[in-house]
Write a protein that binds this ligand. Structure first.
Ligand code: NAD
Ligand code: DAO
Ligand code: ZN
Length: 375
């Protein structure tokens, strides 16, 4: 197999816009897969801002970012048996080896197999497959989807039905699966529950989808942006509260009042540690659970009075919704095709690789749920 040439959006240094340029992508080694990326979403994660700020200890430059991508397998290295050239695939920033202590535990979707090298921005053998301007370029989150060709570990990719267009399926690589999984797999919301969702972006709207699927009886959405009310109600929210308009009452007091003592489940989909505290304290005494999904800024810490937990509230969190990518993502894609999971509705903006920086600008505006980039 030969090196492939393509274009990629490269982050050369902290604070710089991505630079679109030629990249050489080396052939996949044993247990690696080279994917032609057709589409990638631009997740609103603070992780990009964190990495691009230069403060991320796992953020090495130059790097090809991107973790919400779908495409077609171009070639595979020795020993790859889970995908083959021509397969339609979604890249997985949460791999699934099925062999490590985490995978075998039955208690988590986190996988330890390539965690160390993924965090260092290299392939499991410690080297990079990307080269530009004659220099090695780092990988990102084991996926690097802001490129026409990427190489990932075979445990970091899942084949899905080719019936699902890659410009939609890519969004199942992060935001939608994260919120939906948090509600259905991590919280396992029961019928009749009352639920509060803080933050109605792609992740929060997807929590609403999961709460609707599990027949929650009330779904209260909390967002500081009034434009999000119609989005939230469109996905099935029963109530909307803007916490900046409560005239002295805290959002936790308001939610406790609205739910006769507190929520059964709350979800932080903002990444704001003050919101995380409010979400925990809005839970019902004795059993309410608060799930942290948002990624907080560098150095931030959460706090509450320990008595909140002594009296039965539960604080937990999840990555990728608790979903095991290789085992569970193909079914979510089928659910999408069968009209059981909304995906198209999240796409508010589209760009091309040449204009990918515009997607980062759109992220700062309140009307962008997801921008899909045509590679
Ligand atoms: P987004 O920016 O599109 O949505 C965030 C929403 O929160 C916005 O509607 C915003 O108005 C609202 N918000 C901001 N501050 C608020 C406040 N103080 N009170 C109430 N609402 C507030 O982002 P997104 O793509 O939906 O992602 C949400 C979070 O989830 C981010 O922190 C992201 O990093 C994180 N995330 C986590 C995982 C994971 O696996 N845990 C995966 C993907 C994204
Ligand atoms: O430590 O095993 C691990 C996994 C760390 C990755 C978790 C990522 C969760 C947040 C993702 C934000 C969106 C990109
Ligand atoms: Zn594993």
């Amino acid at each position: 197999m030969a090196t492939t040439a393509g274009k990629a959006a490269i982050a050369w240094g902290a604070g710089e816009p991505l630079s679109i340029e030629d990249v050489e992508v080396a052939p996949p080694q044993a247990h690696e897969v080279r994917i032609q990326i057709y589409h990638t979403g631009v997740c609103h994660t603070g992780k990009y801002a964190y990495t691009l700020s230069g403060k991320d200890p796992e953020g090495a430059f130059p790097v090809v970012l991107g973790h919400e991508g779908a495409g077609i397998v171009e070639s595979v290295g020795d020993g790859v048996i889970n995908v083959k050239p021509g397969d339609h695939v979604i890249a997985l920033y949460t791999p699934e080896c099925r062999d490590c202590k985490f995978c075998k535990s039955g208690k988590t979707n986190l996988c330890g197999k390539i965690r160390a090298t993924q965090g260092k921005g290299v392939m499991p053998d410690g080297t990079s497959r990307f080269k530009a301007r004659g220099q090695d370029i780092f990988h990102f989150m084991g996926t690097s989807t802001f490129t026409q060709y990427t190489v990932v570990a075979d445990i970091s990719v899942v084949a899905v039905t080719p019936k699902a267009p890659t410009d939609r399926a890519c969004l199942l690589g992060c935001g939608i699966t994260t919120g939906y999984g948090a509600a259905v797999v991590t919280a396992k919301i029961e019928e009749g529950s009352n639920v509060a969702v803080f933050g109605a972006g792609c992740v929060g709207l997807s929590v609403i989808q999961g709460a609707v699927k599990n027949k929650a009886s009330s779904i209260i959405v909390v967002d500081i942006n009034d434009q999000k009310e119609s989005w939230a109600r469109g996905f099935g929210a029963t109530d909307f509260v803007n916490p900046t308009k409560l005239q002295g009452k805290s959002i936790q007091e308001k939610l406790i009042e609205m739910t006769d003592g507190g929520c059964d489940y709350t979800f932080d989909c903002t990444g704001n540690v003050g919101v995380m505290r409010a979400a925990l304290e809005a839970c019902h005494k004795g059993w309410g659970q608060s799930i942290i999904i948002g990624v907080a800024a560098a150095g931030q810490e959460i706090s509450t009075r320990p008595f909140q937990l002594v009296t039965g509230r539960v604080w937990k969190g999840c990555a990728f919704g608790g979903i095991k990518g290789r085992s569970q993502l193909p079914d979510l894609v089928e659910d999408y095709l069968n009209g059981k999971l909304k995906v198209d509705e999240f796409i508010t903006h589209r760009e091309t690789l040449a204009t990918i920086n515009t997607a980062f600008e759109q992220m700062k505006q309140g009307d962008c749920i997801r921008c899909v980039v045509d590679m």
